[in-house]
Design a protein around this ligand. Sequence first.
Ligand code: HEC
Length: 157
Amino acid sequence: MKTKKLSVFMLVQSLFCLGLLLAGVAMAQAPMFQPVGTVLQIMQGVVVPNSDVVFKVTSKPPKDDKDWAAIQNSALTLAEAGNLLLIPGRAAVYKSDIDADLKKGNGDWVKYAKALTVMSTKAFHAASAKDIKELDTITDDIEATCENCHAMYHPQK
Ligand code: HEC
């Protein structure tokens, strides 16, 4: 009798564990991020307006703290745009295996999107330090990243 009770208990316990396990698997499969726009929309709505602000730093140098804050904010947004480009599902239209690359964390798309984040983070720090000379150098690197990615995935531009 005692053993029977014990085995029922163990069965209930195992089912409970299995339930937890399945719930865990379901949660792991549910997508964490939901791409809303296309890559083109991210370019037009996020990348271009913010890179315009950062790229203008030498031709139209910031005059006051408000101008500097605008550059900082745009550099930060541009850095985050690199993350947006890494959300699975958004870019598969340019190369069907981009999502597989994203899972493995390699491939040219991943490389260029990450480079956009790394360079723009540097620009953010330079803007925070109000260092125009440094920003000028970094904007060249950012532009090279835009061009490298376009050469591979958007050749008509
Ligand atoms: C990881 C790759 C990648 C990076 C980095 C990238 N782009 Fe793009 N960009 C694309 C792709 C792909 C398209 C084509 C979108 C389409 O037509 O569907 C595009 C399109 C564009 C367009 C064309 C928009 C239009 O109206 O046709 C502009 C402008 C642009 N990008 C600017 C930039 C700038 C500026 C940067 C750097 C600050 C940049 N992009 C960085 C991938 C990238």
